[in-house]
Design a protein around this ligand. Structure first.
Ligand SMILES: [Zn+2]
Ligand SMILES: [Zn+2]
Length: 145
């Protein structure tokens, strides 16, 4: 109960900082995302959200996701040309895409983070760094080997 309360408070604050209102739908979509670790697409989120909020439309889900991204509660993950996926883990991490099952896993970075991997030309400012990895997850690797 306490944790729920903290999540809600942080949620309302984050939205307010970006000039956005906390709505039941936004909160619901965020809760659905927090319950996942598989980096769902907007469509996946729509299907899951509908289970407990049958009236919600896909347009509303997109609108909620936009708001959550704008206020830094959720980040977008783009892998190849596939549909945009969403990740509620805001710690610095990178994504591992399994070519066999199509799942996207969070992978922790070594202490220094992505910045330490690149040498930026003079005068460049980095605002975002992304590393994406591809291969086989532990489950798929054990089946094929
Ligand atoms: Zn896999
Ligand atoms: Zn992630």
């Amino acid at each position: 109960v306490d944790q729920d309360h903290t999540v809600t408070k942080r949620f309302v604050e984050k939205l307010a900082n970006s000039g956005l209102r906390s709505t039941t739908q936004r909160q619901h979509v965020y809760t659905v995302l927090l319950e996942t670790t598989d980096h769902p697409t907007a469509e996946d989120i729509f299907i899951r959200t509908k289970q407990t909020m049958p009236d919600i439309s896909i347009a509303t889900v997109y609108n909620c996701l936009d708001a959550l991204v704008k206020c830094d509660l959720v980040r977008q993950v783009k892998i190849n040309r596939g549909a945009t996926r969403y990740c509620p883990n805001m710690r610095e991490h990178c994504h591992f895409f399994c070519e066999e099952c199509g799942k996207v896993y969070d992978v922790d970075l070594m202490a220094k983070g992505v910045r330490s991997l690149v040498r930026l030309p003079d005068g460049f400012t980095l605002t975002q760094a992304e590393v994406s990895l591809k291969g086989l997850c532990q489950f798929c690797a054990s089946v094929t080997s």
